[in-house]
Design a protein around this ligand. Structure first.
Ligand SMILES: [Zn+2]
Length: 132
């Protein structure tokens, strides 16, 4: 069975990519909790965050830290929430979610965004993450 996030990380499936380096890939969640909700994944298949090597585990959190600041600025969020559930897709991923108030991270708030909204946010974040 093919892994959705492996296909996304290798560009076999088009996603709203906002940042990548040699090891990790970040893209918009198409059903964001709030606009600017992104996922950070390793390019190599690992079933969940806690199965990453210690070094990769440290590095994926460094990526989260690096992207959080410009994400907050770009979305005018009060804070950036970080969540790990891993119930949906069995490929390690971290959610970074711009939040404005308590309980904003509730996944039941996620709503499918329109293509136009996603394209607009992708453009904003590509610009915010440029050079990182
Ligand atoms: Zn995978």
């Amino acid at each position: 069975m093919k892994c959705l996030f492996c296909e996304i990380a290798s560009n076999k499936i088009t996603s709203f990519k906002v940042w990548e380096n040699g090891e990790f890939f970040a893209f918009l969640d198409i059903a964001p909790i709030n606009p600017g909700h992104i996922l950070i994944i390793p390019k190599i298949h690992v079933k969940d965050v806690f199965s990453l090597s210690n070094d990769s585990y440290n590095r994926i959190f460094q990526v989260a830290k690096k992207l959080a600041k410009p994400l907050k600025k770009a979305t005018l969020a009060k804070a950036i929430g970080l969540a790990i559930e891993g119930l949906g897709v069995s490929h390690a991923h971290i959610h970074l979610v711009p939040i404005h108030k308590g309980n904003d991270l509730n996944p039941e708030r996620a709503k499918k965004a329109s293509l136009a909204e996603l394209k607009k946010m992708q453009k904003i974040l590509l610009n915010s993450f440029k050079g990182l």
